[in-house]
Design a binder for this molecule. Sequence first.
Ligand code: ADP
Length: 475
Amino acid sequence: MKVLFAASEAMPLVKTGGLADVVGALPKALAAQGIDVTVILPKYGEIPKEIADRTVTLAVMDVQLGWRRQYCGLQEVYVDGVRFLLVDNEFYFKRGYLYGYGDEAERFAFFSFAVLEALAHLDALPDIIHCHDWQTGLIPFLLKTRYSNLPGYRDIRTLFTIHNLQYQGVFSRDLVQDLLSTGDEAFTKDGLEFYGGASCMKAGLRFADKLSTVSYTYSFEIQGEEYGEKLDGVIRQRAGDLWGILNGIDTEVYDPMTDPNVVVPYSDSIPDKRKNKTALQRELGLIVDEKAPLIGIVSRLTRQKGFDLIGEVIDEMMKENVQLVVLGTGEQGIESMLYGAQQRYPGRIVVWYGFNESLARRIYAASDLYLMPSRFEPCGLSQLIALRYRTVPIVRETGGLKDTVESYNEFTGTGNGFSFGPASAYDLLFTVKRALAFYRKPKHWEKIVENGAARDYGWASSALLYDKLYKELVG
Ligand code: ADP
């Protein structure tokens, strides 16, 4: 079976969040099931030079976008045994960042057309195009409409995976109509129309043959108004085609024994892990104190991640003898809140603004606790990485956090972390205090860490479910 992954980011080429981890790791796990996966991505300027220099040009073509014909190169490169195809157009993709430009609709409409045009230049057509998030939502729509009469294209099946329903790619209808050269018929309630605009996410949800999302709990949450982001009705209509398949992590990449970023490699030894804490305290200018519980956060700084809740109780939290390290990029209001706290607690809070893979790993390794009080969380990989690094997660019970973190029960000795239900700052504070109480009781702490280490956070079982889903798709 041949599967083409179409996505906007993938490790180890480019990453802004968990999507890149998934698109980087899942193909390897699927290969172990005998599935032949190729990943197609835009060729961003941020792709490491060492990889960009190794690309081989497979084809040069034109992509028709509205009234314009745009240059499009199709390049191939193998990275860690995975085949990547890169869509090259420097005007669209050689920029400082991956996202956040005024012409996102045009960039990803171009990418969607390019993916479908690229098929004609491959040795064989894929059985399935597996699309990820709104940036690729137009592909199932175009395949079912514009491209359906090309030889073989009608047999290609599509799977659309929702990694985060909040980002939808909604643009003005005129703009999308112009880019796609479509008539009014595409913009009905059953089509791309979304509150007067046009939605790329909805295009994926309506036109893909099957849908999936990245945890079991989130697959139900998004069918209701609270988490449905105004698309719950559309999702409910397709509930029979929607699968919830939990993400995993690449347990070879994320391994505290072999991770080159980790100062003192460790597996089950808490004393060895704590050497990483003192090393990070020294590196970042925190007070060097092996006993002080260190809480880590590596995250996009957005409301989704519950930073408003943290902001409300940060001073209360700091009354305990804790330290806090935050690595992230995002909203300015959150950044200011964190910098304010850093100034109030010198030597006890450090905020590092930016994207830094290597520091991220040292934070996962050094922290005793990992804080992730998300308002919603489709799956969340950070808590899985934390667990892999024997760092105890404190999470809100939502989406994938609910499916992966079980609150510690001191009577039965079960549980790998701490969790709370309501999105309330006081529940968060109470839960942090509860976690700290157990941190101070080594017997309990060892048990919690051990429970976390005992579980497998890899891809093997979820790859089996994707295999099953793909088989259902191709009948
Ligand atoms: P999301 O995809 O919503 O951002 P996830 O928890 O699913 O959240 O995945 C986030 C991924 O991005 C994790 O691998 C996390 O370590 C990484 N990450 C987030 N922010 C940063 C940062 N500033 N520097 C390095 N890695 C980061």
